[in-house]
Write a protein that binds this ligand. Structure first.
Ligand SMILES: Cc1cc2nc3c(=O)[nH]c(=O)nc-3n(C[C@H](O)[C@H](O)[C@H](O)COP(=O)(O)OP(=O)(O)OC[C@H]3O[C@@H](n4cnc5c(N)ncnc54)[C@H](O)[C@@H]3O)c2cc1C
Length: 298
């Protein structure tokens, strides 16, 4: 499942590379505040830049999530003591359905945007953008669909330990975000947005545990929104951490790389992470609108 999760964002990464190259060379229209009159490469249009940032931030976030999960399995084997090994194993198991479900859903979204950045040339075959979309489509299906991953997450992972592993993860995210200091305004705004999202995940988890106990069918009806919420929030935390690390680096030849890390995390916090609040609301609302709808009415 971790391999297929990696496949999801890896195809997304290739779609991003191709779309960025296209956007830097395709000339069409005049950006709103262009210095020069006349057509310019489409990367200068705010909406194209936004699409590329959605692609880049989500791909980086999914990669960070997958590597973090892989680290847990390394620690589960090689950790210093039994307590560390047990904690890491439990976190790795909790994260596995999220890596598989979330990173492949992200890969699909990113590859879809890759086609959109190409316009009509993305829909037809010559650019190769549509090939990534076709290739990545299988990743949310094989090795267990997103629906099956979310059943695993809330049934086996959350339900079995009454939210203990998720509670430990939420606690660590909160503690680490609180500890991020420094004077960089972008990092601070990213950190605050990530903290808000962690609080949303925490209250949604409590609500879901109550629903699971009273109406498991209603809980199953919001399991995919819960998996996505967990993906957004864990990624928000990891990107905030990466921005803080980048901001602490001294000036040097990798300055542009670290500046991009900070800007990408800032964008994610401003335009992607707010989606977590909507998902938390869906989870807290419960799935009775699904359960109470007779299948014959669909
Ligand atoms: C190209 C390709 C390669 C594959 N390679 C392999 C392979 O190497 N080895 C292997 O073993 N398999 C392989 N598969 C099979 C693959 O793992 C299954 O297709 C996949 O697990 C989905 O099962 P299904 O096709 O039976 O769909 P179904 O189980 O019929 O699912 C259809 C829909 O119903 C939903 N659904 C089904 N049950 C539940 C439930 N309990 N709760 C909620 N929702 C549910 C699913 O989420 C999905 O949306 C491959 C499939 C493809 C297309």
């Amino acid at each position: 499942r971790l391999s297929v999760g990696s496949e999801g964002y890896a195809v997304g990464e290739r779609a991003l590379q191709r779309a960025t190259e296209w956007a830097r060379t395709r000339v069409q229209g005049k950006p709103p505040v262009a210095r020069r009159a006349g057509p310019a490469p489409i990367i200068n249009h705010p909406d194209v830049k936004r699409m590329l940032l959605v692609m880049k931030s989500q791909t980086e976030a999914a990669r960070a999530l997958t590597l973090y999960a892989a680290l847990q399995f390394d620690l589960a084997t090689c950790g210093a003591d039994e307590k560390v090994r047990r904690g890491a194993a439990s976190r790795g198991e909790l994260l596995t359905p999220i890596v598989k479900g979330w990173c492949t859903e992200i890969g699909n979204e990113v590859a879809g945007l890759g086609v959109q950045v190409h316009g009509g040339m993305g829909y037809i075959e010559e650019t190769g953008a549509a090939q990534y979309l076709r290739d990545v489509r299988i990743t949310t299906i094989y090795e267990g669909t997103t629906g099956i991953q979310s059943n695993d997450l809330i049934g086996r992972k959350l339900g079995r330990d009454r939210g203990a592993a998720m509670g430990a993860l939420v606690g660590d995210m909160e503690r680490e975000l609180q500890a991020i200091g420094g004077t960089d305004a972008s990092v601070d705004a990213t950190r605050k947005a990530a903290l808000e999202a962690v609080a949303a995940l925490q209250s949604a988890t409590q609500a879901l545990l109550r629903t699971l106990a009273s109406r498991p069918d209603a809980a199953m009806a919001v399991s995919v929104p819960y998996l996505k919420l967990s993906g957004y929030v864990t990624c928000g935390w990891l990107l905030a951490k990466s921005a803080a690390i980048a901001a602490a680096k001294p000036a040097g030849p990798d300055g542009e790389f670290y500046a991009a890390k900070i800007r990408t995390a800032r964008f994610y916090a401003a335009q992607v992470l707010p989606g977590a609040a909507a998902l938390a609301r869906v989870v807290e609302g419960g799935g009775m609108s699904v359960v109470e709808t007779d299948a014959a009415l669909i």
